[in-house]
Unconditional design. Structure first.
Length: 146
């Protein structure tokens, strides 16, 4: 913003000294003021976005701290649920081929919904053990039906 102030002062001095006429001064000063206003708006929007990102980072840090505190818990308490979960969405049960499935989405405080990947869809690595010179044992895990 100091740049615009300096430009405006030079422009004014040029107008007073007669280097530029009044019409040109009015046109250029209007343009500088418009640019200054636009930049002020952009700066305000960027500062707001930065604050949101910083708040989100702090929320994630807070959530991780809470999760670490309950890592070794063996039972779920009301306090844990209140600290970790914002709300839970329960969808209607769907029955296919005699199997009933019901989708549940947990929206956690600070981080929102978290999709846990289906472990059946995660490829497992083949295991290769060299038991002795010239002999190798290969093991490929089978998919577990759940």
């Amino acid at each position: 913003m100091a740049l615009y102030q300096m430009l405006f002062e030079r422009l004014y001095e040029d107008n007073v000294s007669g280097k530029i006429d009044d019409a040109r001064f009015a046109k250029m000063s209007k343009r500088y003021e418009q640019e200054q206003g636009e930049n002020a708006g952009r700066i305000k929007a960027l500062r707001l976005e930065l604050k949101k990102l910083e708040d989100k980072r702090m929320d994630v840090d807070t959530f991780l701290e809470t999760v670490r505190r309950y890592t070794d818990a063996t039972t779920i308490t009301k306090r844990m649920v209140a600290e970790l979960i914002q709300y839970i969405e329960v969808y209607p049960a769907v029955k296919e081929d005699g199997i009933t499935n019901q989708r549940v989405t947990i929206h956690y405080n600070c981080i929102g919904a978290f999709e846990v990947p289906d472990r059946r869809k995660i490829p497992e690595r083949d295991i290769l053990l060299e038991t002795r010179k010239g002999v190798a044992l290969s093991y490929a895990p089978v998919q577990i039906a759940i």
